[in-house]
Write a protein that binds this ligand. Structure first.
Ligand code: MEV
Length: 422
C-alpha cells in the first residue's frame, strides 16, 4: 500500500521531493515539469480572464502523513504562507497514531436563488410556487440533460417571504445536485431559465437569479482523535480545550480560529483551481448560521483523555468544469490527490482544515507560533546571505540560538563556517 508517511520529506532537496511525489502519484515527466515550472502558459492565462498582463505564481507544498478513511494521501497545498504545510503534516502525523481522519459528506446539492419583487400577494405566491414544483424542476432540468444523465440536476424547491427595507419579497431556492462540478454556471443558467414561470405564478418580477455561496446542503465533515501523548500530555489537551472555548465565546478569537482552518481548506482549493472566495464566504457564513459566529470545528476530550476534533463546513468545490479541469497545474495536483469525485475532494479539504486547526491551537496553547515562524524566517535570511544546502540550517540554528536573525549576522556566520571548513 502507498504510504504518505515519508520521514524526512521536508529535508529532501526539492528535486528529490518531486521524485517521491512522482512515484507516489504515477506522474509523467511532463506532469513533473508542469508542477515544477507552474506550467500555465501565458497564452492560456490570457484566455482565462480579461486584460491579462502576467501570472502570480504561488508555491505548492506537499503535506505528508495524511490517512483519510484508511487511505493515504499526499496533499498539494498552494499557499504563500510559511508554516501552513508543515503544520498540516505534523497534525496529520499525530492523527495517524489513532487511525487518521474519518470523513463523510452530503450529496453535492447547491442552492440557486431567485428574488421576486412586486408580487401582489407574496404569501400566496410563495405557496403557489411550491405547488408548481414539478413544472419548475422540469424546466430547470431541460437546461442540462448531461447533468441529469449523470444523476444530478434540479432536485428540490424552497420558497420564503422575506421582509426588507423595500417591502416583502419572495425568495425561491432551486436545489440542484451539481455532481462533480462546483456548479455556479449550471445553477445560474437553471435559475434564469425558470424565472418566466416564477413571474407568471407570482405576478411579480424576478430580479436576481444567482447561486448562493452558503451551500448548507453540500457539507463535508472530518473527525480525528489526537492521542494525549502525541500532543504532549494532559496539560496540552487542557490548554487546547481552553483555546477552543476562547473561540467559542469570543468573535475576535473565533475569526482567527476559523481562519486557521481555512489556511488548510483554501490551500487545497487553490491547488486544485477551485473558487477560494466561494468556499471562504460559505464557510464564514455557515459559522454564523445560528445567529452567533461560531468555530467551524468542535473539540472535546474522549474518555481516555485524548482530544477529539470534528469539523463540518460547506465545500463548494469541483473536479470538473471551469479552471479545475483546464489549469495544467490543478490537473496535476488532482492527480497527486487521486480524488475521484468532488465529494472526496471536499472531504480531503475538511481533513486538512481540521489538521491545520489542531496544529495552530497546539502551537498557540504551548510555545506560541513565533518560534516555528522564526525558524523559517531564519532559514530565509540564511539563504538571502548566500547559504546553500546543509549550511542553510546550520546558519539558521546559530542565529536562533543567538537571537540575532539578521542578514549581516548570517553573512558573518557563513564566513566563520567556511573559514572553519577551509
Ligand atoms: C495564521 O495564519 C493562523 C493562526 O492565526 C490560526 C489560529 O490562531 O488559530 C495561527
Amino acid at each position: 500500500m502507498r504510504t504518505s508517511e515519508i520521514p524526512g520529506f521536508y529535508k529532501l532537496p526539492a528535486e528529490e521531493r518531486l521524485k517521491v511525489v512522482k512515484e507516489f502519484a504515477g506522474l509523467t515527466d511532463e506532469e513533473v515539469r508542469i508542477l515544477r515550472e507552474g506550467g500555465l502558459p501565458f497564452e492560456q492565462a490570457s484566455r482565462m480572464i480579461e486584460n491579462v498582463v502576467g501570472l502570480m505564481p504561488v508555491p505548492i507544498g506537499i503535506a505528508t502523513n495524511f490517512r483519510i478513511n484508511g487511505r493515504d494521501y499526499l496533499i498539494p497545498m498552494a499557499t504563500e504562507e510559511p508554516s501552513v504545510v508543515a503544520a498540516a503534516s505534523n497534525a496529520a502525523k499525530m492523527a495517524r497514531a489513532r487511525g487518521g481522519f474519518s470523513t463523510e459528506s452530503t450529496h453535492p446539492v447547491m442552492i440557486g436563488q431567485i428574488q421576486v419583487v412586486g408580487s401582489p400577494d407574496p404569501e400566496r405566491a410563495r405557496r403557489e410556487v411550491l405547488l408548481a414544483k414539478e413544472e419548475i424542476l422540469r424546466k430547470a432540468n431541460e437546461q442540462d440533460p448531461v447533468l441529469v444523465g449523470l444523476g444530478g440536476g434540479a432536485v428540490g424547491l424552497e420558497a420564503r417571504v422575506i421582509q426588507t427595507g423595500r417591502g416583502p419579497m419572495v425568495v425561491v431556492h432551486l436545489l440542484i445536485d451539481v455532481r462533480d462540478a462546483m456548479g455556479a454556471n449550471v445553477i445560474n443558467t437553471m435559475c434564469e431559465s425558470v424565472s418566466p414561470i416564477i413571474e407568471r405564478i407570482t405576478g411579480g418580477k424576478t430580479l436576481l437569479r444567482i447561486v448562493s455561496n452558503l451551500a448548507i446542503y453540500r457539507l463535508a465533515r472530518a473527525r480525528a482523535v489526537f492521542a494525549k501523548e502525541a500532543l504532549g500530555g494532559e496539560e496540552v489537551v487542557e490548554a487546547i480545550l481552553d483555546a477552543y472555548e476562547f473561540a467559542v465565546s469570543d468573535i475576535f478569537r473565533c475569526v482567527t480560529h476559523n481562519k486557521g482552518i481555512m489556511n488548510g481548506v483554501t490551500a487545497v482549493a487553490l491547488a486544485t483551481a477551485n473558487d477560494t472566495r466561494a468556499i471562504e464566504a460559505g464557510a464564514h457564513a455557515y459559522a454564523a448560521m445560528g445567529g452567533t459566529y461560531r468555530p467551524l470545528s468542535r473539540w472535546s476530550k474522549t474518555e481516555d483523555g485524548d482530544l477529539l476534533g470534528e469539523l463540518e463546513l460547506p465545500v463548494a468545490a469541483g473536479v470538473v468544469g471551469g479552471a479545475t479541469a483546464v489549469h495544467p497545474v490543478a490537473r496535476v495536483c488532482r492527480k497527486i490527490l487521486g480524488v475521484g469525485s468532488a465529494r472526496e475532494l471536499a472531504e480531503v479539504m475538511a481533513a486538512v482544515g481540521l489538521a491545520n486547526n489542531l496544529a495552530a491551537m497546539r502551537a498557540l496553547a504551548t510555545e506560541g507560533i513565533q518560534r516555528g515562524h522564526m525558524k523559517l524566517h531564519a532559514r530565509n535570511i540564511a539563504m538571502m546571505a548566500g547559504a546553500e544546502g546543509d549550511l542553510v540550517d546550520l546558519v539558521a540554528e546559530r542565529m536562533i540560538a543567538e537571537r540575532k536573525i539578521r542578514v549581516d549576522r548570517a553573512r558573518e556566520i557563513l564566513e566563520e563556517i567556511r573559514r572553519g571548513q577551509g
